[in-house]
Design a protein around this ligand. Structure first.
Ligand SMILES: [Zn+2]
Ligand SMILES: [Zn+2]
Ligand SMILES: [Zn+2]
Length: 146
């Protein structure tokens, strides 16, 4: 099953159809999968393909996609909701956020298993998941910084 069919199934399971509007929004997110677009950025790109669409529809659709596990909503503390496609891993990757240019870099690999183990041992706390953001300056910004 390809990706779009999987998403179609997720909609169908809950009684929704992949309408043209939903398809256009999904296409934009899929075409920009590493960009962590905000809802407004998604709206601007969707409008190029589907000029009649309203911002409220885009908001509503993103909310629906989030509920159905098609996208993740990300919050990088920059006052925007950003979205990315749901990855088929059981755990979301981590993000590095540049405080100067706002670049969002994805971190592959988790590397936090040892920390989780230490917490579980010392605090007698069963960890289900974690959500980590790293803030700092990207290499481009550090070059112009010095
Ligand atoms: Zn930067
Ligand atoms: Zn990401
Ligand atoms: Zn992790």
């Amino acid at each position: 099953m390809n990706e779009i069919e999987k998403f179609k199934e997720k909609l169908k399971d809950k009684g929704y159809k992949l309408t043209t509007q939903r398809r256009v929004i999904l296409d934009v997110i899929m075409e920009n999968r590493d960009k962590h677009l905000s809802s407004e950025e998604i709206y601007d790109l969707v409008r190029l393909k589907y000029p009649e669409i309203g911002l409220a529809t885009v908001y509503r659709t993103l909310q629906l996609f989030e509920e159905l596990g098609i996208v993740y909503k990300l919050n990088f503390d920059d006052g925007r909701n950003r979205y990315e496609l749901y990855h088929n891993e059981n755990h979301q990757h981590h993000h590095l956020i540049c405080l100067k240019c706002g670049a969002v870099i994805e971190m592959e690999g988790d590397l936090l298993e040892n920390l989780e183990e230490a917490i579980e041992k010392t605090k007698d706390f069963e960890i289900i998941d974690h959500n980590v953001k790293f803030f700092g300056y990207c290499s481009k910004c550090r070059k112009s910084y010095n």
